[in-house]
Design a protein around this ligand. Structure first.
Ligand code: ACM
Ligand code: ZN
Length: 466
């Protein structure tokens, strides 16, 4: 069967007679934008011996047509055809953890270009964690002065005794937002609360349950140093951060984390116990949900919708929030979608590209079905889409980042755009080898084909987790 050399594969392609020379086509392309004529991300591309005609309802649709056309022009000739295309999912994202190791602005822009090239439309920016705080907040200067620096980096086999730190100024954040916007990518910031806050507590120890001094974390892991859910001052800090960041990030969404929150400190804290009592909360999980609801409510007043990791809804729902599924709680997340809640799927076992190819071969990423177990037909519409996170504990340089993220990120982009009946794993591998050059031109070197899977025996004898 004839297939175009395009990633993500278009959802309808009708081949007609003949081919057109690349040079001719590049100089004979017409665009017609008719608002309301089709979906915002849809386009129609007609390639005939007379040239190419693009139809779209928006500039974004036209941009996606251009992204298809530019890949078609990588060949010397282009087959005549009519493409009618629109995405399977409205949300197609990638996540950069710029905490454990900082991904520079320059490299972030390369990743944005790589994502835009395959019609992704969201960048989730993980900006705070136990091991550092990465944004300037004027009202809370200690976050960038103290919380942004750790004394060493002791991540598994990657051990570095040097002090490590840094943060992005507001101007730099805006620069990325603007760069992404020009490529139709929305940047969603994440401030992870109430857990993963060791760095915050280094700067403001009084906001933890014990008030004890703590260092910014230097190792990977889950830390008990969480914000005190019984202390209004802890919420006040989060509100201050939100208030400044909503001015920078125009996205209607704002990620407030909520993953991996150990409850040991809360269980032993007078203030947390009082909070539970006064609000009729029966467990610490409910207390976590209460906390996230407070932040979500604050965001709502700013016109924003909260995004939370799925751990957050263990203690009840967060009003109106988008839930990002990563691990455990699949049934609960499916129920959330079935009952009308918006869900983004980032399954740890398929979409976490910080794990090597022995753990998560390309095949597994490519073939993953975002309609998680338990989704009923009425819930499917609430699976907004897919996102591939790249956590950087063990990623100390951009070369390693790219090796791990590509081609898996590109595979997730195809799942986000292309309907299952139009996907084809073998053909994706073929198309990727042509597309690879585009990534290389951006300064991104993907893993070689023989690294996309690790043979059975090698997997069990040589595979390391990271
Ligand atoms: C996560 O990976 N802790 C969301
Ligand atoms: Zn407390």
């Amino acid at each position: 069967m004839q297939r175009l050399n395009v990633i993500p594969y278009p959802n309808s392609v009708e081949f007609t007679e003949g081919t057109v020379e690349k040079e001719f086509l590049a100089n004979n392309t017409k665009l017609t934008v008719t608002p309301g004529s089709m979906g915002d991300e849809a386009y129609r591309l007609e390639i005939t011996p007379e040239g190419a005609a693009v139809f779209a309802a928006t500039e974004k649709g036209a941009f996606y047509a251009a992204k298809t056309l530019e890949q078609l022009l990588d060949g010397d000739t282009v087959p005549c055809c009519v493409i009618e295309d629109e995405p399977a999912f409205s949300y197609r994202g990638f996540m950069i953890d710029t905490v454990r190791h900082i991904v520079s602005l320059e490299d972030t822009k390369k990743l944005i270009d790589a994502a835009a090239g395959v019609k992704m439309n969201a960048m989730h920016w993980h900006l705070s964690d136990d091991q550092g705080w990465r944004v300037q907040i004027d009202k809370r200067p200690l976050l960038s002065e103290k919380a942004s620096v750790r004394k060493a980096s002791m991540f598994g086999r990657e051990r570095e005794q040097e002090e490590y730190g840094g943060f992005f100024t507001k101007e730099e954040l805006k620069e990325i937002v603007e760069y992404a916007k020009q490529r139709y990518i929305e940047v969603i910031p994440e401030i992870d609360v109430p857990g993963h806050t060791t760095a915050v507590l280094h700067a403001y120890p009084e906001l933890g349950c014990t008030g004890k001094e703590v260092e910014v974390a230097v190792k990977q892991g889950i830390y008990p140093t969480v914000l005190c859910a019984g202390n209004d001052e802890a919420l006040a800090l989060v509100y201050d951060v939100v208030d400044e960041l909503v001015e920078i990030f125009p996205s209607p969404y704002f990620h407030i984390g909520g993953d991996e929150v150990p409850k040991t400190a809360w269980a032993a804290c007078e203030k947390c116990r009082a909070r539970k009592k006064e609000n009729g909360l029966k467990s610490d999980d409910e207390l976590q949900t209460w906390f996230s609801n407070k932040v979500a409510q604050h965001l709502k007043e700013k016109g924003k919708t909260a995004v939370v990791w799925n751990d957050t809804i263990k203690g009840g729902t967060v009003d109106g929030a988008t839930v990002q599924f990563w691990m455990k709680g699949k049934k609960r997340t499916a129920k959330y979608a079935n009952e009308g809640g918006r869900v983004i799927v980032s399954d740890f076992f398929a979409y976490y590209t910080d794990y090597n190819y022995a753990i998560t071969p390309l095949k597994k990423t490519y073939n993953y079905n975002p309609f998680i177990k338990g989704i009923k037909s009425e819930g499917k519409i609430n699976i907004a889409g897919v996102e591939t996170p790249t956590w950087t504990e063990y990623i100390t340089n951009f070369e390693r980042y790219c090796y791990l993220a590509f081609p898996r990120c590109t595979a997730v982009a195809e799942t986000g755009w292309t309907l299952p009946e139009n996907k084809d794993e073998e053909d994706f591998e073929r198309r990727f080898e042509i597309y690879r050059k585009r990534l290389e031109n951006l300064g991104i070197t993907p893993a070689q084909k023989d690294e996309w899977a690790v043979p059975f025996l090698k997997r069990f004898t040589q595979a390391k987790l990271y």
